[in-house]
Design a protein around this ligand. Sequence first.
Ligand code: TIU
Length: 243
Amino acid sequence: MDFGFWIECQLFMISISAQPYDYELPTSGGVALLIIDMQRDFLEVGGFGEALGNDVSRLQGIVPTVKRLLEVFRDRNLPIFHTIECHQSDLSDCPPSKLNRGWGGLKIGDSGPMGRILIVGEPGNSIIPELEPLPGEFVIEKPGKGAFYHTNLESLLREEGVTHLIVTGVTTEVCVQTTMREANDRGYECLLVEDGTESYFPEFKESTLKMIRAQGGIVGWTATEKEVLEGLAQWQACLPSAS
Ligand code: TIU
């Protein structure tokens, strides 16, 4: 490492330019990518998202952004966590309150064009091919909207030494926001990638971004993919392992 750059690394916190203020990165690792529910059931016609009455095409727009972030985390050997919202085939982990909600069309467990809706192992329940997890990446099957409820996510994050979560995925105001709030309460520093998350309702996405960063970052930070990638590149160059 060049001496001038080394001094810079010692003197200044490395951060991602973010809202409501810069997101400081830890000095020795601990940053993970969390990709929420980028599964066919939410992004493709015939899945759970459509069964709930939504136009699922909006969500496709973030796929290239999430893919680029995924590739950067892979290239840099940083931990990656994917989540899938799903239920067991006997629906034993799906409370009636969740099962019976919706507009009376296909419900969780019913057979649709991509197999049984939101059931683990069915074609529609898999992560979209563009973002398919690789061996060594964590896949968290979650029965709730939040990724901490009834999962081992927290213990895995601890084992991996993760303190900072770069969050992406769908939908912004449902599973992404719920998970960020759960993570925030557990002490994780969360940054939501603005162009790496999407909702069926553009106004809900915008409101969620505002809610997260309101009151001095009450739930966390938001930043664009570009800002995240710039901050991460500088951060990795400063890590002790880079010298
Ligand atoms: N309906 C909706 O917006 N979302 C969900 O049901 N799950 C997730 O957000 N993953």
